[in-house]
Ligand binder design. Structure first.
Ligand SMILES: Cc1cc2nc3c(=O)[nH]c(=O)nc-3n(C[C@H](O)[C@H](O)[C@H](O)COP(=O)(O)OP(=O)(O)OC[C@H]3O[C@@H](n4cnc5c(N)ncnc54)[C@H](O)[C@@H]3O)c2cc1C
Length: 449
């Protein structure tokens, strides 16, 4: 039997970050990470295995190197049992590991909906597993018609990357909401994203719910509740993820109302010796502390930096989920942070919008010049920023991180209008036309009128 001061279960975004943070905060402690996956995928890179990157083995977190560099022991085996009374773990290779502090970073599993036929051959959920995804890539190479259930960012990215691999294959996205990406963007941005996908010859069916996955053994299509059918010999499920809590649940740890591991703002579970972070851990909204179902790598690593630091004394606390997303569709960035207009009004805010659009270079003939649209949402009265959305030049994918920082620091429209942004002709918009500043100025004008 081995014993460590700190054991982390899981070596993906949350587990790796929790372990390396623990190393920074506790240089003298013994630390081990236990990973069920031999090869840990870069989770956000999964869609790109099918197109741009082309190979699952080129999309791996270099876990062995990271752990060796941080003097952390890495065990590649699955934890089967957690005995909280004895502070012991039992693994699938027969090892017993003791701990003083444990971090659960067991992640999530894709949602497989209770739709009739979801178990047919050639129906794939997006498991973060190299062997499974390689089989999916093989099926994609042989397929004649593909359908994707769910038009969120995973469905949209999977559609676009599959298009790169299979330029002529019919691809259909079936989405039950009014728009694809509706949970993260306001309608006008959703429409632009849908247009971008249509330009790549991807068929989009919105306000359509799948009633049955058809076929005799192998999938042949989808039947929708509207009565329509979609021909498909390959179906991908892109409808979200659920927390992987098997180990936590079996050991008697508390779960929250959304079936995630219950944690406090220090990422501590109902057992003071055990912390949880990432997709397996419960989350609350930054804005009103109501439960949040958002599961992102950016959230997982933030939580891991809190859990890893707090193991032997509370030094950091979690303010809740802001939610910061970005994607690229047809060479344009689509990015969002915080609340959409609909979410903000639903939470009771009186919302004021400020928009600004300009080229991201000055003068506009500089190399790489492209239009960048910024929309910021503020609370009337206080002027506090609630959210932002950016579309256009690829630099929007980084600019949205400034919006996320504005939100986290509860900045108001005047703070943003006066913030000192670094600008350069070859890198950014001109300081006169800087989109974030001008969007805030425009919102202030509306608030004054
Ligand atoms: C296709 C796709 C694209 C995405 N794109 C983005 C994006 O662009 N940006 C973004 O922010 N987020 C994105 N996400 C979300 C992001 O992937 C997750 O939020 C992130 O993976 C969460 O990290 P995690 O470490 O909590 O969990 P996971 O990545 O799920 O990892 C959990 C790990 O724990 C291990 N494990 C579980 N149980 C055990 C056990 N009993 N013993 C040992 N090991 C165990 C697993 O093997 C796994 O490696 C995407 C997700 C998908 C599926």
């Amino acid at each position: 039997m081995s014993h460590y001061d700190v054991v982390v279960i899981g070596a993906s975004a949350a587990g790796t970050t929790a372990a390396t943070t623990a190393r920074k905060f506790y240089p003298d402690k013994t630390i081990a990470v236990i990973s069920a996956a031999d090869d840990v995928l870069i989770p956000c890179g999964i869609p790109y295995i099918f197109g741009t990157v082309g190979d699952s083995r080129k999309n791996l977190i270099p876990v062995d190197k990271i752990m060796a560099a941080n003097k952390i022991d890495l065990m590649k085996t699955k934890v089967l049992e957690l005995d909280r009374d004895k502070r012991l773990l039992k693994t699938s290779d027969g090892t017993t590991v003791g701990y003083d502090r444990l971090v659960l970073a067991t992640g999530s599993k894709p949602v497989v909906p209770p739709i009739k036929g979801a178990d047919k051959d050639n129906v794939f959920a997006i498991w973060k597993d190299v062997v499974y995804l390689d089989a999916m890539k093989e099926a994609l190479d042989k397929a004649e018609h593909m359908a994707i259930i769910g038009g969120g960012f995973i469905g949209a990215e999977m559609a676009e990357e599959s298009r790169k691999r299979r330029p002529d294959m019919p691809i259909t996205i079936v989405e039950m909401q009014d728009h694809c990406l509706q949970l993260v963007y306001d309608p006008e941005l959703c429409q632009m994203a849908e247009d971008a996908l249509r330009e790549e010859d991807i068929t989009i069916m919105t306000q359509e719910r799948v009633e049955e996955i058809l076929g005799d053994g192998k999938v042949t299509g989808l039947r929708l509740t509207s009565g329509k059918t979609v021909h498909a010999d390959l179906v991908l499920l892109g409808i979200g993820a659920v927390p992987n809590t098997e180990l936590a649940q079996a050991s008697g740890l508390d779960l929250d109302g959304m079936r995630a591991i219950a944690v406090d703002r220090y990422m501590q579970t109902s057992d003071p010796a055990i912390f949880a972070c990432g997709d397996c851990a419960g989350k609350v909204s930054f804005f009103d502390k109501t439960p949040s179902g958002l599961r992102l790598a950016s959230i997982a690593t933030m939580e891991a930096r809190i859990a890893g630091a707090n193991l032997f004394g509370h030094t950091r606390s979690n303010q809740g989920v802001v939610g910061c997303f970005s994607t690229v569709l047809n060479k344009n960035a689509y990015a969002a942070a915080g609340l959409t207009y609909a979410q903000a009004t639903e939470k009771g805010y009186d919302v004021v919008v400020g928009e600004a659009k300009s080229i991201n270079r000055h003068p506009g003939l500089m190399e790489g010049a492209a239009m960048l649209d910024v929309k910021l949402l503020f609370e009337r009265g206080t002027g506090t920023i609630l959210g932002g959305q950016i579309q256009g030049a690829l630099s929007g994918g980084e600019l949205i991180n400034a919006v996320s920082a504005f939100i986290s620091n509860r900045m108001n429209a005047t703070d943003i209008a006066l913030f000192q942004a670094g600008t350069h002709p070859a890198l950014t918009a001109s300081p006169i036309a800087y989109q974030l500043v001008n969007a805030a100025e425009n919102a202030l004008m509306t608030m004054r009128s």
